[in-house]
Design a protein around this ligand. Sequence first.
Ligand code: SF4
Length: 544
Amino acid sequence: MKIVWIDLNCSYAHSSLALPALHAQLMHRTGVEWAVVRTTTGEAVGTAVDAVYAHRPDVVAATAWLFTHEQLLHIVARVKALLPQTVVVLGGPEFLGGNEEYLRRHPEVDCVLRGEGEESFARWVEVWNRPEAWSDIAGLCYIYKGVYADQGVARVMDFAALHAPEESPLFVWGKPFVQVETTRGCFNTCAFCVSGVGDPVRTLPIEAIRQRLHGIRERSIRDVRILDRTFNYHPGRAIELLHLFEEFHPHLRFHLEMHPALLPQRVRDVLAAMPHGLLHLEAGIQSLRQEVLDRSLRKGALEQALDGLRFLCSLPNLVTHADLIAGLPDYTLAQIYEDIHTLAGYRAGEIQLESLKLLPGTAMRRDADMLGIRYSPLPPYEVLETDAITSLELQEARRLSRLLDAYYNTAAWQEVTRNLILTEEGFLYRFLCHLTQHNYIDQPMSLERRGELLYLFCREHYPSHVIDVTVAWIEAGMSLKKRPAEGVRTKHVQPSAMWQVDYGEYVDTLRLCFLPTDGEGHGYWFGYDNMTQCPAPIFKASYC
Ligand code: SF4
């Protein structure tokens, strides 16, 4: 038999882990031939259809995800029209809910797998063309002779016994990062999350993770995303893993998620001693309001979470991202603005503002009416309004998220944006209105364009911050001929006996420029290396 896997992603920077995870369990089985059609949501549906059709497969398989689901259906509907005998099987987190209506609405899909696919898919492949034998495949949902069959949720009980996805030749090594799933399931019960459905927590032994990391290092990969939703639930295991990661410094960098409420002192001590740059943390916080977290069924006391988050953000050796979710029950837009202010005050390395999506199978989708949430019935199932936030306000939150990404979450503009948020009440709202009115916010903007817009806005509304924007502009290596550098003197600049060196070492081969902050000789000097032609200064001094 021949299986064609449709690997549909939002961009080529991403690749589904599902394909190598399933293939790794089956790769030694004889009589099963695999082919992969890789495509993105930006590409024409017809191209992918032609590529699948050329294989004349017996089976077409894929995972559906929020932002790929619609296009995937367009592809498989066309494939099925061309190849009616081909069996279409889909999986992924979107099938955790009731699947009968879906299967009746989409007859081009023969069956869907609910839950963890590795073992069930391997069993299904043995009987793919005999639907009468599908009835003992855990997690499989299908319609046979007009009757809907639902085999519950597939769960891999012996997670450590699975073949690792990297064992499969279909594992894609050419992406910017590699994902390693070290734990499956989650202890928490967040009502909006597909992992919050009470799946048992299963872990890989530390030694198995060590072997996999060695394999990844041998491939010269730099960034590893650890998929472990319970990373610091057991402090002892968290410490063991942190020391394991340390073994791979400086060759690997690890991105992982931590619950900020679960940071006992011994975990804090280990984190504080980690090598600089080894860890990139995502601290799940979602909202800084206890009532919002309670209604979202998220465990963990807010005060403890805030204390943990403050601690993580204060560590100079690691970067901590914090995320908020607009559209959670009882969460207002005014509170979101306040929470961003608080997170900026903690010096969070990034502030992600997501929009809530209600995935099938989650408790929040089931209880949406009771919680006062209205959401799109079509993927990506975005929340449209709640009793606490209107649809217009949710659009504002979406634009606010873009503003944060363009400014606060961009290294060049972070410090100046943080200062504006913390010292100028209403800055975020006013700047967002400005960017929206001039239709900038939904356009892609270069780093330079963003700097120019911030500079012009501050010149008009917050003149005391103009110098800070110019300093950020210069330090980011931007042109001294553009408007944000209009106050900079580049000719005949001499060293000053009064300056204090901020960084670098002055040598007289440096090309100096001077940014005056008043008419009395105060200001900033920047030194450029003429030899390397590096656009950013390598020396800075100030006289304030
Ligand atoms: S949001 Fe995070 S902590 Fe909550 S259930 Fe999902 S994975 Fe677990």
